[in-house]
Design a protein around this ligand. Structure first.
Ligand code: HEC
Length: 248
């Protein structure tokens, strides 16, 4: 092979390289794609700090259960087990002493921070609202969150089931068990439990019963929507008068 042959081979290789380079430059200018403002896929579990600032940062308020529905089926004995933890600091017996915390006999419905002889914190004294199921449910999840500055140094019960069972037990600790509110008509799933529970709690004093003519605002708001009676399974049997559907 003489040098002429080599020149042809090297020339061919160089020519190919040049050709590839030109095609590449040309195609890049033809098909130039602007970089996307956002990555095209979302990585699960990673929060974008820039777009969701205020809304995502706020802690989500736990939905309150409908106590008229959950309390009748809650486990009082499981609740008694949970209450063992409270008894590190609280006596639960009638006329029992105050300990690190105040005596808790009759706590459901008792006005807040009013047990005689106990030196409450000013934080706890800031309200004397009666302890409803709702307030106890929220308080026992995280005492320091609902009553900042409370001297009840107890982290709280994360499990909603534990708190519901505990409340079912605490309500029995009174001269007469604290009344259970009637199931909320908006949330009541089974019509059978609604009719069974309603008469027994009719004389309840603490619970706001929507039975005296004026419907609760929530119930009044949901009634006129024609979808409601059709979607709930109980709607067909519960009250035919409210269903506007007529056969054709
Ligand atoms: C480490 C001790 C401790 C434990 C455990 C504890 N508490 Fe308390 N609790 C206190 C103290 C102290 C107070 C008074 C708080 C204040 O004055 O700020 C209190 C206050 C309360 C109050 C308000 C009482 C009132 O008269 O208004 C309730 C209700 C209560 N506790 C329920 C419970 C329940 C239910 C449990 C169990 C899940 C529990 N506590 C566990 C120490 C404790």
């Amino acid at each position: 092979m003489d040098s002429w042959e080599w020149n042809k081979i090297v020339g061919a290789i160089l020519g190919t390289c040049l050709f590839v380079l030109i095609v590449k430059l040309a195609s890049e200018s033809l098909f130039e794609v602007p970089p996307p403002a956002k990555p095209g896929y979302v990585v699960e579990g990673v929060q974008e700090a820039s777009t969701s600032t205020g809304a995502a940062a706020a802690p989500v308020e736990e939905a309150l259960p409908d106590f008229g529905t959950v309390l009748p089926t809650a486990s009082v004995s499981d609740g008694q087990q949970v209450a063992v933890r409270c008894q590190q600091c609280h006596n639960l017996q009638k006329d029992g002493p105050n300990e690190i915390g105040p005596n808790l006999w009759g706590i459901v419905g008792r006005a807040r921070a009013t047990h005689p002889g106990f030196d409450y914190s000013t934080a706890m004294m800031s309200s004397h609202e009666p302890w409803t199921y709702e307030l106890l449910f929220r308080y026992l999840k995280s005492p320091a969150t609902m009553v900042p500055g409370t001297k009840m140094s107890f982290a709280g019960l994360r499990s909603a089931t534990d708190r519901i069972n505990l409340l079912a037990y605490l309500r029995t600790l009174g001269d007469s068990p604290a009344p259970i509110p009637p199931p909320s008509p908006a949330k009541a799933a089974a019509p059978a439990t609604a009719t069974a529970a309603a008469p027994s709690t009719a004389k309840s004093t603490a619970a706001p019963t929507p039975s005296n003519g004026a419907p609760a605002p929530a119930a009044a708001g949901t009634k006129p929507t024609p979808a409601a009676p059709n979607t709930s399974t109980g709607g067909a049997t519960a009250n035919p008068a409210t269903t506007p559907a007529k056969p054709h």
